[in-house]
Design a protein around this ligand. Structure first.
Ligand SMILES: [Zn+2]
Length: 541
């Protein structure tokens, strides 16, 4: 990988980098955040296996890392955030068979569902969403390098990672290779030791497959993350994220693959979010939920839907979003520290709704006082850019009264975010600021006609700070109908470009059923695709 040129001085932050601390699963301590390359941050988050519609547990990681990306950008870093899409997997193959449609069609539909949900939740900081099937060359090359370096071996069309050759195997979770036991079966007999896991699986009849030096086949799950993170972020990058349930075996196996291949750390900081538990049942509903190790030593998603359906009120993300709107769900997820278990249930949602209503009520009040909407419009772009930089948002230090009180709370908010992205603590500070603002309006009778213009000006300045901090959590960026907000143009374009790419791929593979379906389904929601010489473009209507 070539090293990109250093960041220009203008993007190097003023604030001391040492103020941000991250809990690193690898060291089990909070560490000062020092990026691999000054001023830049590369983040990789293990994304979904797109075989079924997303549920709320799938949104935990994206919402958290979207907030992390917003915060790091605000602190002056140039952030690149990659979320992979697993679009070839046992579960996808099984779904395709069951529904009698091509696997690519299952993947396309479920990726669209996933992306639509992300938009509803205000997750729009993702830089790249690479799909496994689009990265076969990188994956095959990676496996070849592991074989060359004698960390992997081929056996009758399959390729396995040789865990015994990796003395550091299990360092993330303090486990030994023996813990990764296959369940036996055909593939198990080809392995040198039971803990070896599949990098490449020989094609079985009727399954989608790709050509490789070891014959027709498809990649294991773990290798795609090693290959795609290297392609987009380099051999060593800053932050690797995922649900706590992915630490073993998935992340251990990613580390083994990448570090044996490159002889250097895969990621500096391993961040794991806690999972979600239903308040009415003991089953968890979160993360990429439980994975089972199959006979190939690869892993597959356990039947988490069963667990969710057992717990009342969980699942049904589409329904949840329709009922509550994306902002409420996002706020609900961010109230808890990302490393804690999120208890999901109707009570929690109701509490979140009541809290949000207090904010919305205040925004109406703001309009009565200032005659302006709380929400910035396109023409307020300048105001918006001012609050997107941490050093630009400082309140004048000689200020007294309202502004000094708000400045203290701002500092408290930032200190909490610096401390391992404590969004739960930060939302509490947002509430405290809200209380201060409400009290100021009441004490100075700002809603009355003869309000002192100086007081109104002070109040407006304080609200700017409130807006600045809320934006870091991805909250209150645009008016919400309770049934969810609309996506921004830019985000819409990102998603549609993804859909166009999928349609182009489907056509290249002569899968016209899928390509037609993408076109027709987009037409149904009012998006027209036009095939032009220079490529496909989209327009509304
Ligand atoms: Zn992964």
């Amino acid at each position: 990988m070539s090293t990109p040129p250093p960041a220009p001085m203008s993007s190097v932050l003023k604030m001391p980098v040492e103020s941000i601390r991250i809990y690193n699963t690898l060291s089990r301590t909070k560490e000062a955040f020092v990026p691999v390359e000054p001023g830049k941050v590369g983040i990789y988050l293990c994304g979904p296996t797109v075989y079924k519609e997303a549920h709320i547990g799938h949104m935990v990681g994206p919402v958290i890392f979207d907030t992390v990306a917003r915060y790091l950008t605000y602190c002056g870093f140039e952030v690149k955030w990659v979320v992979n899409i697993t679009d070839v997997d046992d579960k996808l193959i099984a779904q395709a068979e069951q529904r009698q449609i091509p696997m690519a069609q299952v993947a396309t539909q479920m990726t669209a569902d996933y992306c639509a949900n992300l938009l509803e939740m205000g997750v729009d900081q993702i830089t790249e969403m690479p799909r496994a099937t689009e990265n076969m060359n990188e994956i095959i090359e990676f496996i070849g390098q592991l074989i060359d370096r004698e960390f992997a071996y081929s056996a009758d069309g399959d390729v396995f990672f040789d865990v015994v050759r990796n003395s550091e195997y299990g360092k993330l979770t303090n486990r030994s290779p023996d813990d990764q036991q296959g369940e036996g079966g055909k593939a198990a007999s080809k392995k040198r030791s039971p803990g070896d896991f599949a990098l490449w699986k020989a094609a079985r009849p009727g399954e989608p497959s790709w050509e490789s030096p070891w014959g027709q086949g498809r990649p294991g799950w773990h290798i795609e993350c090693s290959a795609m993170s290297r392609r987009f972020l380099g051999e060593t990058f800053d932050i690797h994220g995922g649900g706590l349930d992915l630490t073993f075996p998935h992340h251990e196996n990613e580390i083994a693959q990448s570090e044996c291949c490159h002889g250097q750390p895969m990621a500096k900081y391993w961040m794991h979010n806690g999972l979600m538990r239903a308040s009415t049942a003991t089953g968890k509903v979160g993360g990429r939920s439980e994975r089972e190790t199959d006979a190939d030593g690869d892993t597959a998603e356990a039947s988490e839907e069963t667990k969710i359906s057992r717990s009342k009120g969980a699942g049904g993300l589409r329904t949840l979003l329709a009922e509550h709107g994306g902002e409420l769900i996002r706020y609900f997820l961010l109230r808890t520290h990302y490393r804690s278990t999120i208890v999901f249930g109707p009570e929690g949602l109701e509490e979140a709704g009541t809290a949000l209503d207090k904010f919305y009520t205040f925004f109406d009040r703001y309009t009565r006082v200032t005659g302006k909407s709380f929400y910035l419009t396109e023409s307020d772009e300048e105001d918006r850019s001012v609050i997107q930089r941490r050093d630009a948002g400082e309140l004048a230090s000689d200020s007294e009264g309202l502004l000094s009180e708000v400045a203290d709370l701002r500092q408290s908010f930032l200190t909490k975010m610096d401390d391992d992205f404590n969004t739960g603590g930060a939302t509490s500070d947002l509430f405290l600021i809200l209380n201060v603002l409400n009290r100021y309006v009441e004490q100075n009778r700002l809603e009355e006609n003869k309000a002192d213009p100086d007081h109104v000006a002070q109040f407006s300045r304080a609200v700017e700070t409130f807006r600045e901090l809320a934006a870091l959590l991805g909250l209150f960026l645009k008016p919400q109908s309770r049934a969810g907000g609309g996506a921004s143009e830019e985000v819409l374009d990102k998603v549609l470009q993804l859909m166009i790419q999928m349609r182009t791929d489907a056509r290249a593979n002569k899968d016209f059923a899928t390509s037609d379906r993408i076109r027709d389904e987009l037409a149904e929601v009012g998006v027209t695709l036009e095939d032009r010489k220079e490529g496909t473009v989209w327009r509304l209507g």
